[in-house]
Design a protein around this ligand. Structure first.
Ligand code: SAM
Length: 259
């Protein structure tokens, strides 16, 4: 009998183990019961593609970051919400700079890791559930490719409406995305075509994450061009005011709440 993976807190478990491997403190995966085993995040796509990505980068300090992460953090001001904070790498630097920052995440384990690393203000939930808390922000950050949380055409306006409900006048969103269309790999170009045939955006990925015996549910994660992103924002209460392409294919999109 084949056992299906358990649905669980994949990100939380892998960040806990990544922290244990990095610090040498606490139970951690070992090779042969002795040597630390690198923690790998397994990403499955709904066409059968599987990728493994070392999870250590979630703990990276500013010296290891990409230039666009620094430019994003430099633009944060006022009350800041770090959406999908992960292990809190962005929130930690903002805190150090005296910027009032809250880390938001759906993963209880990620929040525990962020707390242990020193992030002081953390919220468990989504932007939608956080609206009920009555908090208000000047800056929303979606870094580490978290423009993906816009998911696609259906979810994007809901996501932006929740952010508008959490926004102070003049608030900004800074989201880091990746243009997926530079590839010539038929595995990816074929996937983009298949998505479009189904009425989805080409880079609207259907994914699940795996770690050890755990899996997430399948979810949509948006990897789109800046033009596609502009079309998702059009007609909402937000305006796309800047796209920083200096590190193409990675980009930073800045949105402001329309007056
Ligand atoms: C790709 S990681 C990015 C982590 C962090 N921003 C960074 O740059 O290191 C995505 C994070 O978003 C969280 N997440 C996923 N869906 C979410 C949602 N709907 N609302 C808030 N956080 C979410 C995950 O648990 C994970 O910690």
């Amino acid at each position: 009998m084949t056992v299906e993976p358990l649905i669980g807190d994949v990100i939380g478990e892998l960040l806990r183990d990544t922290l244990a491997v990095a610090t040498g403190v606490g139970p951690r995966p070992l090779v042969g019961g002795r040597l630390p085993r690198p923690v790998i995040e397994i990403i499955e796509r709904d066409d059968g593609l599987i990728n493994g990505a070392p999870a250590a980068h979630y703990l990276d300090g500013p010296a290891e970051w990409q230039p666009y992460d620094h430019r994003a953090v430099d633009r944060a001001h006022g009350e800041t919400l770090d959406i999908g904070t992960g292990a809190g790498r962005i929130a930690l630097l903002l805190q150090e700079r005296g910027v009032p920052v809250t880390g938001l995440d759906t993963s209880a384990g990620a929040l525990e890791v962020s707390r242990r690393r020193g992030v002081r203000r953390l919220v468990h939930g989504t932007v939608d559930t956080h609206v009920a808390d009555g908090a208000q922000y000047d800056t929303f950050l979606l870094l580490g490719n978290n423009l993906g949380l816009f998911e696609g055409r259906e979810r994007a306006p809901e996501f932006l409406a929740a952010l508008a409900a959490l926004a102070r006048p003049g608030a900004q969103i800074i989201a880091q995305g990746t243009d997926p269309y530079g590839t010539r790999d038929p595995l990816h170009t074929g996937y983009h075509e298949r998505n479009r045939r189904r009425g989805r955006l080409g880079g609207q990925l259907r994914l699940r994450l795996r770690y050890r015996e755990l899996s997430t549910e399948w979810f949509d994660y948006l990897v789109c061009s800046a033009d596609e992103f502009a079309s998702l924002v059009h007609g909402t209460g937000w305006r796309l005011t800047d796209v920083d392409h200096r590190d193409a294919p990675y980009y930073l999109a800045t949105l402001r709440l329309a007056d």
